[in-house]
Structure formats: C-alpha cells, structure tokens
Design a protein around this ligand. Structure first.
Ligand SMILES: Nc1ncnc2c1ncn2[C@@H]1O[C@H](COP(=O)(O)OP(=O)(O)OP(=O)(O)O)[C@@H](O)[C@H]1O
Ligand SMILES: [Mg+2]
Length: 417
C-alpha cells in the first residue's frame, strides 16, 4: 500500500476568466472545486494507476468536510485526522485567452501541538501497513520545522519526500529514500553549496535499500551522461544538456495538446528556436541557474555538473536519492548507483501544475515494485508529461502516457559497483 500524507490539504478552487486585469472586475466563466494538496494529487494519480493507496493528513472545518466529501466522491481511500483549525483553499485563476494561471495560496490552519502529537500516533499506525509513504507539500502553521523528518523516522517502509525550503532541508535529516525537488527547490535547498560541490555520489549509507539500475539496459543508453564527459547524442547544444523553458510556458502553440519539441535529445527544431541557446526567453532552469541563486553565466555541462553536485550535497545530508525535475526537460536521478537523465520527446502543452505530483506517484509505484532507476525515470517522465496534458492537477491523459512511454530518451552513467 502507498500512504500519501498531505498535512496542508486544500480545497483547490479554479476560476476561469477571459483575461485577468489587475484592479479590474471579472466575470467568472466557470468554477471548479476539488480536493487538493500535493499528497492528494499523488494519491489520485497512484490510484488511477491501479495502486492501493490511502491518503492521510490533517483536515479541519467546513473546508475540511468539503475535501473529505470530494475524496469520497472520487472513490479515494482516506483517513485524515480531524483538527480544530479550518483547512485552506487555494485559488487558481486561469485566463482562457492566454492559458496563464495565477495562483493564490492560503497558509493553512494553525495546528496545535497536541494535534500534531495525535497525528504522529495516527500516522505510525497507518504507516505500519504502507510499503511506501509519500510526504508532499507545505507544512501548515504550528508544525515543527522538522515535521517531515519525524514522519520519515516513524515510517518502516520507503519514503518519498517532495517539499520546499525548510520543510525539505529539515526533512532530509530524517533520511528519506527519495526526494523530488524541482530545479528551483534544489537551488533553494542548497543555497550556499555553490560550485565547490563536486559530483561524487558518495554512499553516505543513509538511504534504505533502493532499486538497482537494470542490468539489461542496452549499453547505448549508458555512459553518456557526465559533467565532464560530453556526449554527442543530445543534440540540444554543444554542452550536451540543453534546457528549454517550457515547464511553465508550454500552454500555447500546441497541436492536439502537445507542443512542438524543444529537441533536447529526441526531437526536431525547438519551439521558438530556443533549445540549447544561451539566453533563451522563458528558459526556466537556465534562468534559475544563471539568473537566480547562482548568479551568472553557467551553461550546459557546467550547470549540469552544478545540479548533480547540489543533488549530491542533499544526498550527503541524508537523502537516499535525488530526483530533480526539470519541467519540459524531464528528470535527473542522482543516486548511489549512478546518475540517470530522462527527457520527453517533446514539450507538452497544458497545465504543468501537478506534473511533479504525477512524477512522485510514478516514483512511489516504482519503489513499491522495486523497479530500477531507468525504468522509474521513464515512467515518471511519461506520466508527468501526460499530466501536463490534463487540465487539472491530479489527472493525466492515459493515452498520451502510453504513447510517450517508449519515446522517453534515457541516458545513464551507473557507478561501477
Ligand atoms: N511542458 C512539459 N512537457 C513535458 N513534460 C513536462 C512538462 N512540464 C513538466 N513535465 C514533466 O513533469 C515533471 C515535473 O515537472 P516540474 O519540474 O515542473 O515539477 P514541479 O515543479 O515539482 O511540479 P508541481 O510541484 O507543480 O507538481 C518533469 O520532470 C517532466 O517530466
Ligand atoms: Mg513540485
């Protein structure tokens, strides 16, 4: 069984308007409400994949009741601890003219210390029968900063942690088997680690047993991924690891829900000619790397080495493996067994919110089944791309998922054992 934990569950309210004008008055064309929060999204996707899954966490007030009702309506097994504070809403305003989404997140209920202690008992009992526990999302006010570390330590099975900021960095101390930061979360979690962190994949002995890479993987897919060993197959630029910024900008230009590829590995011409080019507009990861935390000029293999180094620093802090999601550029797995990269054949147009949750659901299933890292990545990247094509977080397009699976490009550099 997969147990998902959503400590700050939400009622996700989505308004559709033509175009959002700051300070203006708008006619809302459609209103949708459904239970959300990252762990709940993961549970929905894992359930749709056929996994036995139970959603837990904290729920309170009228909004908490609505969340419970919606989970019942969805046929999702759940066992949330009632608390006194009201669960939160999130409001997403989608502009139909552009596909842009504006998100407003409430902080969540104030959780009392005795409620947290009660949840620890509640969780311990549920986790006993869970092979995989997924801890996702923000912590509501009142919880200790190391709440996730406490839960990781209580879980006898494998644990996947998907969080940001202090919830992630403090949670890593509990030694989760896998963490799944996106690029920005990785940078935030390792701010200060800088370029002096070298890729080394030290076996810190912290992670519990995790899936080993497949022995029958064709050699052609191996050995081409290294910070200091460029490979020729990527085709996305001279540095061997191109970055497009389609993760938050792929809504337009799609054909049948799928936008033209950026061509990092397996595709043709990038949309807007941006693949691999330094200074591309909307280039989220490169933007985050060169313009954000690191400040200046990293490109291609340099930032690849940087990402691997930073992921390794989180492994040294206690994470068994680090899956870095890179929006439309796929995912990177930095593990004790080696480094793998998986890239979708093309950027998918749609709603990328919740794509990471689909990737986490695939990860949880792969841990449950003991799948190797390359298979895990292929599945996670196909499923999360298919989630982009579905308008609502927690859903995915099953046909696109199946179509994409064989098209995912995998590269790996397993460590010699
Ligand atoms: N436009 C896209 N086209 C194809 N695949 C995508 C696209 N955007 C995201 N993905 C897939 O989804 C995965 C997760 O996306 P992303 O890195 O945006 O996660 P995230 O920021 O954690 O998302 P969230 O937290 O909103 O669920 C990526 O690793 C990639 O496999
Ligand atoms: Mg995420």
């Amino acid at each position: 069984m997969i147990l998902t934990v959503t400590l700050n569950a939400a009622l996700d309210v989505t308004y559709e308007v033509g175009a959002l004008e700051q300070g203006g008055s708008h006619r809302v064309r459609t209103v949708r409400e459904r239970a959300g929060g990252k762990g709940i999204n993961v549970a929905r996707v894992a359930g749709a994949l056929g996994c036995e899954v139970v959603a837990t966490g904290l729920l309170g007030g009228v909004v908490g009741d609505l969340i419970r009702d919606d989970l019942d309506a969805a046929g999702l097994a759940h066992d949330f601890l009632p608390i006194s504070g009201p669960s939160r809403r999130t409001l997403t305003i989608v502009e139909t003219e552009t596909g842009e989404a504006t998100v407003l997140n409430e902080a969540g209920p104030q959780v009392r210390p005795e409620e947290w202690r009660a949840f620890l008992d509640h969780f311990r009992a549920l986790a006993e029968s869970a092979s995989v526990v997924v801890l996702s999302g923000s912590l509501p006010p009142g919880l200790p900063a190391d709440a996730y570390a406490e839960l990781v330590r209580l879980a006898p099975g494998k644990v996947v942690l998907d969080a940001d900021g202090g919830a992630l960095t403090r949670g890593v101390a509990g030694r989760p088997d896998v963490i799944k930061p996106n690029a920005e979360e990785l940078l935030r979690a390792t701010a200060g680690a800088g370029t002096d962190v070298q890729p080394g994949h030290p076996d810190v002995g912290g992670g519990r047993d995790i899936a080993k890479p497949s022995e029958d993987e064709p050699a052609s897919t191996r050995g081409s991924l290294s910070a200091d060993q460029p490979e020729g197959a990527s085709g996305g630029g001279p540095e061997g690891l191109s970055v497009r910024g389609a993760s938050r900008g792929a809504q337009s230009g799609g054909e049948g829900g799928v936008a033209p590829a950026g061509g990092a590995v397996a595709g043709g011409e990038p949309e807007g000619g941006s693949a691999g080019g330094a200074g591309s507009e909307g280039d989220s990861m490169r933007g985050a790397v060169s313009g954000g935390v690191l400040g200046g000029g990293l490109a291609g293999r340099e930032w690849f080495g940087e990402v691997v180094g930073r992921a390794d620093s989180l492994r040294a802090s206690g994470a068994g493996a680090v899956l870095v999601s890179l929006g439309a550029d796929g995912m990177l797995a930095v593990t004790a067994d080696g480094v793998w990269r998986a890239v979708p054949p093309r950027a998918v147009a749609g709603n990328p919110t919740g794509a990471g949750d689909a990737a986490v659901a695939a990860t949880a299933r792969a841990l449950l089944l003991g799948r190797p890292w390359d298979a895990l990545l292929r599945d996670a990247v196909a499923l999360s791309a298919a989630a982009v094509a579905a308008p609502v977080a927690g859903d995915f397009d099953p046909d696109l998922y199946v179509r994409l699976l064989p098209e995912i490009m995998i590269e790996g550099l397993p460590c010699p054992s």
